[in-house]
Ligand binder design. Sequence first.
Ligand code: SAM
Length: 243
Amino acid sequence: MNTDKLSVRLETVAKYVPIESRLADIGSDHAYLPSYLVKNGQISFGIAGEVAKGPYQSAEKNVMAEGLSEKIVVRLGDGLEVIRPGEVDCITIAGMGGSLIASILETGKEKLDSVNRLVLQPNINAFAIRSWLVENNWELIAEEIIEEDGKIYEILVAEKGEPLKPYHDVQEETGLLVGPFLLQRKEIAFQKKWSLEKKNWNRIYKQLEEAAPSSETEEKKKELVKKISLIEGVLSNEDSEWS
Ligand code: SAM
């Protein structure tokens, strides 16, 4: 792939990396994101971190082939362990599940002292990230939702600050689930995502109704009812073609 052009998903992540950042891109795979940012003059130093040997090797190969080895170091390691204390001020983590992203941040907490901004793109379960941010004094400052190649992605941007500030004007539980900024905008991709989730939850609910009753299935059904009604509240005043 030519890193002069990124996917819309990674371009959206790139947009939120401040100029002149010292960046660590964790789970960098081919190192497309740091390569693009260096070539665009947006960052002066980048670490491409990878836990898996294959992606690590392909990141190394690409960085070398692009002649970017002086500005991007590729390191093999789990999560934030590839960062030395004080080395970076911005971290991007994209293309993984939200729980994995939250656990990478939790495990590497001590590396976040020098970090001013996190740009996170979970493929699923952004709730886990929003909850982690609130519990760890990071303030969500922006959110985006985009659709690309039939998939919907959320991008979450956070800085150290007042963790509950974005939730002041929305119901907190709803905000944590769907995103306080996204909730206020309710773009087409947002309506589509949550209408599809709702359909999926209804389908699971029906399956649980047909399963042998147990306290576990009852608990799951209760949780689903709560989430479905929460989403119905969010979508109720929308004239959505997907609901
Ligand atoms: N960030 C790129 C993107 O958004 O296009 C690549 C996403 S790829 C689907 C996820 C990558 O994260 C894989 O290459 C995987 O090896 C890496 N990864 C998963 N867990 C990791 C961890 N704990 N630390 C570092 N990398 C990890």
